[in-house]
Design a protein around this ligand. Structure first.
Ligand SMILES: Cc1ncc(COP(=O)(O)O)c(C=O)c1O
Length: 449
């Protein structure tokens, strides 16, 4: 395994961003440093450490599954996100046509992890043996592809449409795996469902229903479960009313715990989700990336298996940080912060959109996100954007960095890996740097496109 595990591209991209002061990085998935909640985190920590009674349990080891208070608050939070609290806006007809079993959101099914990354790793470790197949979106979160490579797993890719997964393509991929006898090696579908990293695409609730139905249909042919691992890392970072700006934001009430939300329910709200959906959530992106507290909702027997693995990894996520997040959730600090963040990212995305409109040549196609941290741009097919390409190297010389699209594509014998795209992030760059970075990138693109 050590020999198979190569340095992930993320290390290099993060290092490049941190080590060259003049470089404008539109690459790393860092969040907006200026809006990290310093005063809010201090207030929450002060509450936790105000007395030995509250402080000592936080400074002690906790349990493997996580702090019971945080598990309860997170389960409640997730239920509200999916089904709507009293003051949450919920798109009509989404997830409300059938009764969702309340047990799905039971704290007993919820595991607190060290970032959602740990959950992705442990779940994959628990479910897949070497040589097994994981279905992924094409393209997908490149750090997850590193997990597959390191664990000796194969990927099969499913195309994306503007409203998410191409279900007809998924069916044909599953059919062809059945024909070749490889369906029995398929254990998992990994889906980044909200404002996807890297494309910004959100998979609609209807498509999640269709996806689970297809997985269930094909698992009957192999006699073992095919799980859906839903990664909702960017779920909370919705611009609510699209990118059109603050003026166009609807007047939604801010819920104390969940902020504002208009994104579709998770796959947990799909009929029949209870035994097959594994949900990965995080407080990194909506609160503080440095805190790295994530969570998973898992059905048995996966819950127990992953909990045992976590016992071996670290027998529990940092207890102090869990207490911090629990305080933030319970006191309303978290919900208010999310609401501010949503406006902030909507604004930064608008700044990037305007700069792209001004500086990118018309032959470059780009996708406008409605949440998350990324724009996805597509050059003509004959203009490569990979690390060794002229575009990338010239961009680097001009002190601007993007994520080459090719690293977001899994190896899949069924198609050639596209290499003419790029992910551009407005997460961490200041507004000034977004404008300047896009200007520099536009200049490079005009040279080659
Ligand atoms: C799609 C996706 N999933 C999961 C993660 C992991 O986040 P964390 O471990 O901080 O929760 C990230 C981080 O960038 C991500 O982009």
């Amino acid at each position: 395994m050590g020999q198979r595990s190569t340095e992930p591209p993320i290390s290099w991209l993060m290092h490049a961003a941190l080590s060259r002061p003049k470089l404008i990085s539109l690459a790393a998935g860092f969040t907006d440093s200026a809006s990290l909640p310093v005063a809010e985190a201090r207030a929450a920590l002060n509450q936790v450490l105000r007395s030995p009674k509250t402080g000592q349990p936080a400074l002690q080891y906790g349990s493997t599954a996580g702090d019971p208070v945080l598990r309860k608050l997170t389960a409640e939070y997730l239920r509200k996100l999916d089904l709507g609290g009293t003051s949450c806006r919920r798109p009509q007809n989404q997830g409300q046509r059938h009764a969702v079993s309340p047990e799905i959101y039971s704290p007993e099914r919820l595991l607190i992890t060290s970032g959602s990354q740990q959950l992705l790793y442990m779940t994959t470790e628990a479910l897949c043996d070497e040589g097994d197949i994981v279905l992924v979106e094409d393209p997908t979160y490149f750090v997850y592809l590193g997990i597959l490579q390191s664990r000796g797993l194969r990927a099969r890719t499913v195309r994306l449409e503007r409203d998410g997964l191409d279900l007809a393509h998924l069916e044909s991929v599953l059919q062809s795996l059945k024909r070749t006898g490889e369906l029995r090696r398929v254990k998992l579908f990994y889906l980044v469902s909200y404002f996807q990293n890297p494309t910004g695409i959100t998979t609609s609730f209807e498509k999640k229903c269709g996806l689970l139905k297809l997985l269930k249909k094909f698992e009957r042919a192999v006699g073992h479960p095919i799980y859906l691992l839903e990664d909702a890392a960017y779920r909370e970072l919705s611009f609510s009313a699209g990118i059109k700006g603050r003026d166009a934001l609807p007047r939604v009430q801010v819920d104390r715990q969940v902020g504002t939300t208009v994104s579709p329910p998770s796959a947990l709200a799909v009929p029949g989700a209870a035994e097959r959906v594994i949900y990965a959530g995080t407080f990194s992106k909506p609160f503080a990336t440095g805190v790295r507290v994530g969570y998973g909702v898992l059905p048995e027997p996966v819950f127990s298996a992953v909990k045992h693995i976590k016992g071996n990894h670290d027998f529990g996520t940092s207890n102090l940080l869990q207490h911090l997040v629990a305080r933030a959730l319970a006191s309303g600090i978290y919900g208010r912060h999310v609401a501010r963040l949503q406006k902030r990212y909507a604004h930064k995305a608008r700044v990037m959109k305007r700069a792209i409109e001004k500086h990118f040549p018309p032959a470059v196609e780009w996708w406008e996100p409605e949440g998350g941290l990324y724009f996805w741009a597509r050059l003509p097919r004959n203009v490569p954007t990979g690390v060794k390409s002229k575009v990338f190297q010239t961009a680097l010389k001009n002190d601007v960095l993007y994520v080459p699209g090719e690293i977001c594509y899994a190896d899949d014998p069924a198609r050639r890996k596209p290499n003419h795209e790029m992910r551009i992030s407005f997460g961490n760059a200041s507004e000034k740097d977004i404008r300047e970075g896009i200007k520099r990138l536009g200049k490079v693109l005009k040279k080659f496109v």
